[in-house]
Design a binder for this molecule. Structure first.
Ligand code: GLA
Length: 430
């Protein structure tokens, strides 16, 4: 937004060292030619067409890039990592720093991953016997305290920013978060002020104990805490993306944007039961294949969020991690479906322990292009014959991304008919 600190690291793959140059960079911004890190402040709203040029010993690559400065954040779906499904309530400052380091050393940053997000359990847990989590929830002025696992939040976000990444935090509109840590209830102004001072760029606002505060389950009660928090967020002089987490109640996709959400969880937790992740993803009540018209609601600045990418090593909820129970085909399916649906690509497995297959799924640029297409039109199903489905997403350049899925347990041939895709004649296919 005009006047807010701007941070963007140009994603680029290939041999280092590289030299970065940006043509037509809007005034107020500078690009570090050695790191490709663009920082500064744009004061005037507008759409700025720039060209990125990156040079190494093999030559120069260039690409047009639009920098859009205005009221709306998150014009493309968020890309990043979240601590929940691997570290759940064991998350610490050093885990977050190691995650940020890994986003760089794995190369994920070079494919556009940007947010390093702490989930629940950074705040004090009232009544906890564990000294790492116990303490005063707030200081004498009512400002929220982090627990002993997070000795200095500002130094943590400074570290994340120094790598060219952004930092996310989590809280609840209720008195307590889902895991029983301090929530923002009746301290909303103070907490957002504190998150802004700490330097956070992203907030996940998780309903949790607000269920005990809401007087009814009417739409206005469902919307109230989110309207309040988004107004407070907008009044900060830094840009903080707002992710609504209330599990899809009241068909949140129909109003998430109007209450200031940049994304909203469309359903419950996909990874709550480790052994049943596949079932949750593809067969359960909140099946992401459900034909519920969600695609009519997502768009630039406001995205459907079906939850995190559950690949790699995940918490098995028994005190350790295990490889995802999803089969390779199911993993291809999750990444493809999320990208076709313009969903946030937030990986929540162990980022410090990426095997080649997991990394290849996360860093497939052609798939990321589908997810991040600036037109921001989520895809939808165009045909279904028993277990076989075809999905389509319209892209900004006029092309179509098509997804062919076999949801059955046996091999099958899936056909995408031109008529289903809404095209005719000769077409180029990749
Ligand atoms: C809820 C959310 C999860 C996670 C946990 C943390 O279950 O849906 O994504 O944030 O709370 O306690």
């Amino acid at each position: 937004r005009p006047g807010s600190p701007f941070m963007f690291k140009i994603p680029s793959t290939g041999e280092r060292p590289m030299r970065y140059e940006v043509l037509d960079l809007p005034s107020g911004l500078v690009c570090n030619e050695n790191t490709g890190y663009i920082t500064g402040v744009i004061n005037e709203a507008g759409t700025y067409k720039t060209t990125f040029k990156v040079t190494n010993s093999s030559g120069t690559a260039e690409r047009e890039f639009r920098i859009v400065c205005g009221d709306q954040l998150a014009l493309t779906p968020h890309m990043g990592w979240n601590s929940w499904y691997v570290w759940e309530n064991h998350v610490t400052d050093s885990i977050m720093r190691a995650a940020a380091d890994a986003m760089v050393s794995s190369g994920m940053i070079d494919h556009g991953y940007m947010y390093v997000n702490i989930d629940d359990c950074w705040a004090v847990k009232p009544g906890a016997s564990d000294p790492a989590l116990a303490g005063e929830p707030r200081d004498a002025n009512g400002m929220v305290n982090s627990n002993n696992r997070f000795p200095d939040m500002r130094s943590l976000t400074d570290y994340i920013h120094s790598l060219g990444l952004k930092a996310g935090i989590y809280t609840s509109p209720g008195p307590l978060t889902c895991a029983g840590h301090t929530g923002a209830y009746q301290h909303e102004e103070q907490d957002i002020k504190r998150f802004a001072e700490w330097g956070f760029d992203f907030l996940k606002y998780d309903w949790c104990s607000y269920g005990n505060i809401a007087e009814t389950d009417s739409l206005s009660e469902l919307q109230k805490p989110y309207i309040l928090i988004s107004e407070i967020l907008k009044s900060q002089n830094r840009d903080i993306v707002l992710n609504l987490c209330q599990y899809g109640m009241g068909d949140v996709w129909k109003w998430g944007k109007s209450v200031g959400g940049n994304s909203w969880r469309t359903a419950g937790d996909l990874g709550l039961k480790f052994e049943e992740i596949g079932k949750a993803l593809f067969r359960d009540g909140f099946d992401v294949f459900t034909d519920n018209g969600l695609h009519n609601y997502g768009g630039p600045g406001a995205w459907n969020d079906p939850d995190y990418l559950l690949i790699g090593y995940l918490s098995n909820w028994k005190g350790s991690t295990s490889p995802t129970p999803l089969t390779p085909d199911e993993q291809y399916t999750q990444i493809s479906l999320w990208s076709l649906q313009s969903a946030p690509l937030i990986f929540s497995g162990d980022i410090t322990r990426l095997d080649d297959f997991t990394l290849s799924l996360l860093t497939n640029d052609e798939i990321i292009e589908v997810d991040q297409d600036p037109l921001g039109k989520p895809g939808f199903r165009v045909s279904k014959k028993d277990d076989l489905e075809v999905w389509k997403k319209n892209m900004e350049d006029g092309s179509i991304a098509a997804g062919l899925f076999n949801r059955g347990d046996t091999k099958a041939r899936v056909t995408a008919l031109w008529s289903d895709l809404g095209i005719s004649g000769k077409q180029n296919v990749r």
